[in-house]
Design a binder for this molecule. Structure first.
Ligand SMILES: [Zn+2]
Ligand SMILES: [Zn+2]
Length: 86
């Protein structure tokens, strides 16, 4: 059975990473500049991805990532005890 999960995965010009299945490149991933999560853009999925004007990079579109909070800053807050979660 053919895996069609990434059939409509968008080809990224500057991918942050790739997803390999059986050593075959099946999708490109982009990384959210705020939470560092990798995600795959699927054509026609209607999923809205965000874009941070401050970082000049794309975000995963999560509500929490709409606000500019670079990962380094988050880490800093975490170390200082301001944030409990990363
Ligand atoms: Zn994110
Ligand atoms: Zn940002």
């Amino acid at each position: 059975m053919k895996d069609e999960t990434f059939k409509n995965a968008k080809y990224e010009l500057n991918p942050s990473g790739t997803i390999l299945i059986n050593n075959q490149e099946v999708a490109h991933t982009k990384q959210c500049c705020h939470c560092q999560r990798h995600f795959v853009s699927i054509k026609g999925s209607g999923k809205i991805r965000g874009f941070c004007m401050k970082c000049g990079k794309i975000t995963c579109g999560k509500l929490a990532c709409d606000t500019c909070m670079p990962f380094e800053k988050k880490l800093e807050n975490y170390e200082k005890g301001k944030t409990k979660t990363l």
